[in-house]
Design a protein. Sequence first.
Length: 267
Amino acid sequence: MRAKSAWSQAVCELSKSFVIGRSSYGGISEIPSLILAGGLGSRLRPAFDAGPKSIAPIGGRSFLEYLLLQIGRAGFHRVLLCVGYGASQIEEFVGDGGRWGLSVRYSVETEPLGTAGAVKRAASLIDTPHFLVFNGDSFLSIDLRRLVEEHLHSGALATVALAKVHDSTRFGTVVLEADGQIKQFCEKAGWVKSESPDWCVVNGGIYIFSKPVLDLIPEPGAVSLEHEIFPKLLAKGIRGFLSDGYFIDIGLPEDFERAQTELPKYF
């Protein structure tokens, strides 16, 4: 078993201070969910070019609405929308989140900050020891409460929800150890050894972070979670939570089209 670093010990203390979240529905429900919805969506064009891809229509709903429904159905009610391009369109659609039973606030970037930069910009709005982060262009069917519970019990700085896919060429793959620790993030078109030859493990686009992760994100400027922060976390301890659930990334026109019939089946 790995010895706990000073970082891990600090996170354990944070988790103890949030112990209400382990035994009380209300405690965990106070954890905010950040949705990264500031991207330009250039890869999705020309299938959709009427605004940010998070509001692209999927089976009669905005894609963003599926994420809001997922968050609300899991018993979470606080959402921070990290927006940039098309911010006014998103705010007009979502408002204060009341129609989904949510409380929504906004963190607005005036220039592209990348996935980590957007999280850092929202730091002043994060008032709990732990917080969820969702990519605004992918969906993973997952038990969010179990993800949070396992993170709190582990004392990890970060836990990444992992998906199983048959074709990993569009995604970076993840090497997961038997104890749940992530060993390596591989570049796109990589390959991960698994017990099954039929699927590979990839980043599922949902994370739970403990607040010290914010200290690893430099500012100002654009910073990537996937390429700059996750590699730093490998040395400090980052866990994976493997899901068998449905996964879709709408970033390309062909997957956007596939989502039209597949994603609504889960709602």
